[in-house]
Design a protein around this ligand. Sequence first.
Ligand SMILES: Cc1cc2nc3c(=O)[nH]c(=O)nc-3n(C[C@H](O)[C@H](O)[C@H](O)COP(=O)(O)OP(=O)(O)OC[C@H]3O[C@@H](n4cnc5c(N)ncnc54)[C@H](O)[C@@H]3O)c2cc1C
Length: 397
Amino acid sequence: MEHAYDYLIVGGGMAADAAAKAISAADAAASIGILGAETEPPYERPPLSKALWKGDKTLASIDLQTAASGAELHLGRRAQTLDRAGHRVVDDRGDNWRYRRLLLATGASPRVLPFAANERVIHFRTTDDYRRLRGYAVEGARIAVVGGGFIGSELAAALAGAGCKVRMLFPGASIGSGRYPPTLASFLDDYYRGRGVELLSGVKVVGGSAGDGDVELVLSDGRRLRVDAVVAGLGVVPDTALVEQAGLEVADGVLVDARLRTSDPDIWAAGDLANFFNPSLGRRLRVEHENAAVEMGAHAGRAMAGAGGDYTTLPYFYSDLFDLGYEAVGLLDARLQLVEDWSEPHRKGVVYYLDGGRVRGVLLWNVWGQVDAARALIAQPGPFDAASLRGRIPHDG
Ligand SMILES: Cc1cc2nc3c(=O)[nH]c(=O)nc-3n(C[C@H](O)[C@H](O)[C@H](O)COP(=O)(O)OP(=O)(O)OC[C@H]3O[C@@H](n4cnc5c(N)ncnc54)[C@H](O)[C@@H]3O)c2cc1C
């Protein structure tokens, strides 16, 4: 079957949604089509590991209502080949999708555990994964959370809150090690233990077997663990299959210019997939966070419709861990020089990440409304040191 759109968007996530809304605002008469591999219309992903567990949101309320933009959604279809010369995408049913301008927003997919999984092993990313995990998350259920990063730490908190017996496994020394200052990371470990989460640090899952009634994990230190279900947050890899097949420039995601255009003048990219240059940091980066997906999606949409300038926003991100929460901007790399400024140790404060006298990242720990101040600080040439940074960003906005 043949389809044709002025603007075709491949990928049905948050970047796709933001782009469709921006295109229709800038070019109301245009036809917009979205080709998405998931069967559900675009939705907010972050609540899957937070607000849905706390009861603050429902699956119905996270629907982004993309169709209201006038975009036509074609779901449960995966784009398989991209013929750039012919301005044509072919999907997994053999349908042809012609475009004038194309946005690639295929996002990223979870890394997987090194053994054959069944439904009890969940590589967490989608609403289907949420529903599946929810099914196992009954009071007293033994659940292993593999990974000590954002997804692992949020899900461990959510599952403990649901009354599960949670064991959290990660290769680092502590939760979020490498990202938070060591004292904050060990505070977090104690915080989790105090809420009933058993921590197994310094281990990897090297094998396992998933049965009808439970899952056995084999750990790098030789231990074996039997649980009712496993949920993994091992990080993600950008979905570059289509861009590689099409011969676009790829290096940790698809390379885009300042206007989010790829090496093909009629193709843009946004969100988890896109590798872009940020002037404040003076380097390229690929960001796997909501703010980047939404802002880049909208910016790419406007650019495709002929509006807008360079994309210069430094994305921020946020996380909720039990009743702790934070926002952060830039690079959170604990190998940088760290300046900690606590008004209440490990409960409320700001951590600055410095490199050669320049601020490269800011962690706003239970400090709200200061994202723009943090962005402005990162854009400044400095030089900064501990004395000039302490008290610089207020803790109470
Ligand atoms: C559980 C969870 C919690 C999160 N929490 C936070 C948070 O607290 N804060 C934060 O800032 N960020 C958070 N994130 C990250 C944030 O959700 C992502 O950065 C964002 O969703 C990326 O959006 P995207 O549209 O670029 O990609 P995705 O959301 O990955 O969407 C891409 C879509 O494209 C589809 N697709 C892929 N290939 C094809 C193809 N060939 N053809 C058609 N469709 C295709 C995929 O199936 C997918 O539906 C969280 C992510 C998860 C999973």
